[in-house]
Design a protein around this ligand. Structure first.
Ligand SMILES: [Zn+2]
Length: 67
């Protein structure tokens, strides 16, 4: 079973559970859930500022390590 990586939160899961967005330029965006889909497209959230994304954890890893 293929794993797809969510472009918003970075989570990997079976691709049938999420949503594919086919863009005009031929690329494909995969979202693991409607939560990621909405956050990215409708709410225009910066994934580095959303607590449940991989990008956020990467940015804040150093800060957490200091504690
Ligand atoms: Zn996601």
């Amino acid at each position: 079973m293929a794993l797809a990586k969510c472009i918003f939160c970075g989570k990997e899961q079976e691709d049938f559970r999420g949503t594919y967005l086919f863009k005009n330029d031929g690329s494909t965006n995969y979202y693991c859930s409607s939560k990621c889909h909405k956050s990215h497209l409708k709410l225009h959230r910066d994934k580095k500022r959303v607590a449940w994304t991989e990008a956020y954890k990467n940015v804040h890893k150093k800060a957490l390590a200091k504690k």
